[in-house]
Ligand binder design. Structure first.
Ligand code: ADP
Ligand code: MG
Length: 730
């Protein structure tokens, strides 16, 4: 059991800590940005002409690199890595556990006679066979074929972490199924490229490639390591499962507007320097709304690279935090009652001609292109809202969605007043046959998107999916999530919708309708069909829940049920037809996500029971004993009659404490029974639902009584750092 002394010591050490002095590079950022990345400059220096060309083709055209050239690339990469002091290499991948994984091998190889060489060839670069049986596979790998492969992804450059050369890879089963986040993401990126390029061809023949762009915003909490270690719940689950809300929460919003605390700044500068060396273009840092909550955001990049950089940054942040006696909490809801953390995904599409397809333009012709992508994205969200909802489901995010200043679990799209009016106008005005005059007029309307749009002035922060001037911002993604999960789904549904759009337009053109008119007509239909998903009001309000229900929009509050959509026939067809995930891969993912959910709740259940029974109840009883002694003493000195009055408060406290203690003990017993029952359920979905419905409610109930005890028991005896201490001590 934590002793009260432990809590006091923790608080003291926090207060005595000075910001860590870090040596900062004296050079300008541009001089060390990307210095730990095998980037274009490094490749030009260390690769042969042929190898350099092959890698570039692979990056830009997705072409294969043959074995001989791979040997050359490997050799150059090894030279470069050695020049940076690297001794080991690893395939770096993103299994479905949610974090990144690596297994290091030395370059060094003994060659007999007591001598050795440094070896790293094409085969080691291109493919590895990690011991895959310890990664989640959702039943894809049967036991006698437990092998999995990692395979080089040349589109994301190799980098050096510490003294290890890291090679970004995909992770697949022996039979070729995706076991990671990257493989499906790359497939979705390809699908959207093909579908979007085909649509661009209506308007601009020069467009031959469309890439996705992502700018994520990473929110997180910082906690001092001494406090972290004094809170077993935060250590084990990433969130405070107990603790009465402090008198002051975030209502003053003074943290948001305040300057960043010195220790936090030192930490930020340190991890940002590491990040910049790794080529991660981190640019913005600021306080967030809740106390000790912060945000870091880079300049947007190509999607696959942006995802790798986010995973890498989370890793760098965790490592750097330890040097500063901090821990980073990426959990979506570390502290109930104040803001949780998200990872806003700013998403757009860009052409090889340098155009952002979601940027309204100045001419009607260009705005047809904008409108096509804008309206089709909205339609995709409308049609596949449930799939998008499932992509952000996790045990942690369940606490955040729909709570303090977080988007609700209802998916809707905000586009702002001006674009709403424009779409409403198009809906009304495109009717019947169009005279040439009418067409010109319409096109002029479209051309009148004013440039205020580009200033992001029209904002609604309560929407889960908002258009912010030249991109969509998906805000429901959880702070601990791999962005790839949400981005794979978003790009798949957009690709699917763009394909359907092209089919409809082509059908009209085949019947003799002119291209522009055909496009406008189909867009009009899409605007009408997708109207229900558009919402401009307050997404945090209770009224929206009712309105959304009237509109027939889903509001799925928990992860196990949100994930049901993976089983739907339409979902399987969607992902298979886009070449992103086979039915088998989808089923495996569903199984893994349910399993992860169960594991998280299992741990929470255990931690809750332990803390309640081994820390909280004994503390309450110790205090109760003191009170009992006091009452006995009063009787001895004053006599029974007088003591009755003098000890009335103590007796009442004794009774109250007994009540809460008894309730906690019986609730923990009931929860344990519920867990046993849930554990016995074979079917993973039913098990997850049992945890969600039968186990999870106990966590809140036990907390309620414990938090009451916290208010009754002498502060000196309380063993766990309190919420106010977690949030405000620095
Ligand atoms: P905020 O949402 O905090 O007010 P901004 O709207 O300026 O800030 O930008 C938020 C994020 O959007 C940044 O990470 C930025 O890189 C990203 N972003 C800007 N343009 C694009 C784009 N075309 N595609 C993807 N992300 C973008
Ligand atoms: Mg934002």
């Amino acid at each position: 059991m934590n002793t009260p002394r432990f809590r006091q010591q923790a608080l003291e050490s926090v207060m005595n800590r000075a910001p860590k002095v870090v040596e900062m590079p004296t050079a300008k950022i541009s001089e060390y940005f990307g210095s730990n990345v095998f980037n274009e400059d490094a490749m030009r220096m260390f690769l042969t002409e042929d190898a350099w060309f092959a890698v570039r083709q692979a990056i830009h055209q997705g072409s294969r690199i043959d074995r001989k050239l791979a040997d050359q690339v490997a050799s150059g990469m090894k030279e470069w890595a050695a020049s940076k002091g690297a001794t080991h290499y690893t395939h770096w991948f993103q299994p479905l556990t949610g974090t990144s994984a690596e297994k290091h091998d030395a370059f060094f190889e003994p060659i007999g006679g007591g001598r050795s060489i440094e070896r790293f060839d094409g085969s080691m670069l291109v493919q590895q066979e990690p011991d895959a049986s310890s990664f989640p596979n959702g039943g894809i790998r049967n036991t006698f074929e437990a092998r999995g492969y990692t395979a080089w992804d040349p589109s994301s450059p190799a980098f050096i972490m510490g003294r290890t050369l890291c090679i970004p890879t995909i992770f697949i089963s022996y039979t070729g199924e995706a076991l990671d986040f990257k493989m499906p993401l790359l497939r979705a990126i390809k699908a959207v490229d093909e579908a979007a390029t085909a649509v661009c061809q209506y308007f601009d023949k020069d467009v031959t490639k469309v890439t996705c762009t992502l700018g994520w915003e990473q929110e997180y909490f910082l906690i001092d390591e001494a406090l972290y270690h004094a809170r077993p719940d935060i250590m084990m689950t990433g969130r405070a499962m107990f603790g009465h809300l402090p008198a002051k929460g975030q209502q003053l919003e003074d943290h948001y507007f305040g300057s960043i605390p010195d220790r936090a700044v030192a930490f930020m500068r340190d991890f940002e320097t590491e990040a910049l060396k790794l080529g991660i273009p981190v640019k913005t840092r600021h306080n967030e709304v809740a106390p000790n909550q912060f945000e870091c955001a880079p300049v947007f990049e190509e999607l696959n690279l942006a995802v790798d950089h986010n995973m890498l940054l989370m890793d760098v942040m965790e490592k750097t935090a330890r040097k500063h006696h901090f821990r980073v909490l990426f959990h979506e809801k570390p502290y109930a009652g104040v803001n949780g953390s998200g990872k806003h995904n700013n998403w757009s599409l860009a052409t090889n001609t340098g155009k952002n397809l979601l940027r309204p333009a100045k001419t009607p012709k260009e705005n047809m292109l904008f409108l096509a992508f804008f309206v089709n994205t909205i339609k995709a969200i409308h049609r596949h809202a449930d799939v998008l909802r499932a992509s952000i489901g996790s045990a942690g995010n369940d606490h955040r969605l729909g709570a303090n200043e977080a988007p609700p679990a209802i998916i809707s799209v905000f586009i702002g007043e001006h674009l709403s009016n424009l779409l409403d106008g198009l809906e009304k005005n495109i009717k019947g046959a169009m005279t040439p005059d009418r067409k010109t007029e319409l096109k002029l309307d479209i051309g009148r998107i004013p440039s205020v749009m580009l200033d992001n002035t029209d904002r609604n922060r309560t929407s889960p999916f908002a258009f912010t001037g030249n991109k969509f911002e998906f805000r429901a993604v959880g702070s601990s999530a791999n962005c790839a999960a949400a981005m794979t789904v978003l790009n798949t549904i957009v690709a699917h919708q763009l394909q359907a759009f092209k089919k409809s337009v082509d059908a009209l053109i085949d019947k003799g309708t002119k291209k522009d008119e055909a496009v406008l007509r189909v867009l009009r239909d899409l605007i009408v069909e997708s109207k229900a998903i558009r919402f401009e009001g307050n997404g945090y309000g209770e009224a929206w829940k009712q309105e959304a229900a009237r509109r027939g929009l889903s509001n799925i509050a928990d992860t196990p049920r949100a994930l049901d959509v993976w089983e739907r026939k339409e979902t399987k067809e969607l992902f298979a037809s886009m070449g992103v995930l086979t039915a088998k891969e989808l089923e495996a993912r569903h199984e893994i996500e349910l399993h992860n959910y169960v594991l998280k709740l299992q741990i929470e259940g255990r931690v809750c029971g332990d803390l309640a029974q081994n820390h909280i109840v004994p503390t309450a009883i110790a205090y109760q004993n003191r009170l009992l002694e006091n009452v006995r003493g009063l009787r001895e000195v004053l006599g029974a009659e007088k003591a009755k009055k003098a000890g009335a408060t103590q007796v009442k406290l004794i009774e109250e404490i007994s009540e809460h203690v008894n309730l906690i003990v019986s609730l923990v017993e009931e929860m344990t029974e519920a867990r046993k029952k849930a554990n016995a359920v074979e079917d993973t979905r039913k098990k997850a639902i049992a945890y969600c419905d039968e186990v999870k409610p106990f966590l809140d109930r036990i907390r309620y009584h414990s938090d009451k005890l916290e208010l009754l028991v002498d502060d000196e005896l309380w063993p766990l750092p309190k919420m106010r201490e977690l949030m405000f001590t620095r």
